[in-house]
Each structure stands twice: as C-alpha cells, then as structure tokens.
Design a binder for this molecule. Structure first.
Ligand SMILES: CC(C)(COP(=O)(O)OP(=O)(O)OC[C@H]1O[C@@H](n2cnc3c(N)ncnc32)[C@H](O)[C@@H]1OP(=O)(O)O)[C@@H](O)C(=O)NCCC(=O)NCCS
Length: 164
C-alpha cells in the first residue's frame, strides 16, 4: 500500500469511492453521484489553491482511499481554517487506511500555515468520530437534524483540530 499526493489521473479512482459513499452512506449528504468533470475541476482548484489531496494505492495500482483539505469558508477571515475529507473504498474499511490518510493531511495543513482543521461528521458515523479523535480532533459542536437523507433527519458533529 502506498500513500502519496494525488495526481489528476487519480480522479476516476477518487470519484468511484466518493460516488459509492453518496449512494450507500450518510458520510456525505450528497444525493447524486458526481461526474468525472466535476471531480477534475475540484482537483484543479485544489492544486491552484494549494490544498493537499492524498491517495492510497494498492499493489495492483487501484486507488482504495483518499483524503483532502478543503477551504472552510470563502470569506478571508476564515483562510487559516480548513475542512477535511477522508474516504476509503467499502471493501478496504477497518484496515487502518483512514489513519494512514489522515496523518499526512495534518502535516500538510501545518505546512500550508493553517491554524485549524474542522471535520463535519454524521453523528452516527462512530468510526469516523473515533478516527478523528485519535488524531487530536475534539468535538466542538453537535447540530441537531441539519441533514436529511434516506428519509430521516441527521445530526452533524463538528470536531476541530488546532495546529499551533
Ligand atoms: C470513516 C473512514 C474514513 C475510517 O477509515 P477506516 O480505514 O475504515 O478506519 P481505520 O481502519 O483507520 O480505523 C480508525 C479507527 O476506527 C476503528 N474502527 C474501524 N472500523 C471500525 C468498525 N467497523 N467498528 C468500530 N470501530 C472501527 C479502528 O479500530 C480505529 O480505531 P483504533 O485505532 O482505536 O482501533 C472509513 O471507514 C470510510 O471511508 N467510511 C465511509 C466514508 C466516511 O465515513 N468518511 C468520513 C466522513 S466524515
């Protein structure tokens, strides 16, 4: 297994993992799969703005997980804060890949001069909450019923990692 910065050619692999999570989980509140063009545009914007994207690639060359830093908010006063993403292919979860992909993200955030990382996590996503807690993220908020997917209201937990 290799953990490395993503390249544009990894976009189909990143997209496949994300779209499966769209259709089968409440990890994201998106309803519709995204297109490759949208994912490539996302990647290009990240590259331009210097937001890190990492992938996990297995021995066969398949992309089995990814992580990214994302801008938290467009207003300039928020520029030292980032929101993170981490997604593992369904058949590769629970094998430590989340940990391998979150670790370099925190280093990349520090290198970029960021001050805070926010993780917005569905309140039922105990694995993600546990993963983030392991890396020093602390719960700072619990928003009740702000999401709606699969015919039910969903709570979102905000966890924060300060970098100083
Ligand atoms: C959440 C996710 C990124 C975690 O990555 P992962 O590779 O499955 O998790 P890891 O194997 O690195 O394990 C992280 C921690 O969770 C625990 N864990 C993993 N799977 C678990 C399970 N099914 N039940 C309970 N704990 C579990 C691990 O034991 C580990 O904790 P530990 O080090 O204290 O033992 C991954 O499961 C995933 O992509 N899920 C769907 C998308 C998603 O939820 N993304 C996050 C959106 S906020």
């Amino acid at each position: 297994m290799t953990i490395r910065p993503a390249t544009r050619t990894d976009c189909p692999g990143i997209l496949a993992i994300y779209n499966d999570a769209v259709l089968t989980t409440t990890a994201t509140y998106d309803y519709e799969p995204r297109t490759l063009a949208q994912r490539e545009e996302w990647f290009d914007q990240h590259t331009r703005d210097g937001y890190a994207v990492f992938v996990a690639e297995d021995e066969s060359g398949r992309i089995v997980g990814w992580s990214a830093l994302n801008p938290y908010h467009a207003r300039p006063g928020y520029r030292f804060t980032s929101e993170n993403s981490v997604y593992i292919a369904a058949d590769k979860r629970g094998q430590g890949l989340g940990k391998l992909l979150l670790s370099p993200l925190i280093d990349a955030a520090r290198a970029r001069g960021l001050h805070a990382i926010i993780a917005a996590i569905d309140a039922t996503n105990e694995v993600s909450i546990r993963l983030h807690a392991k890396f020093g993220f602390v719960q700072v908020g619990h928003f009740k019923q702000v999401g709606y997917k699969f015919d039910r209201w969903l709570d979102v937990i905000y966890m924060e990692r300060l970098l100083d």
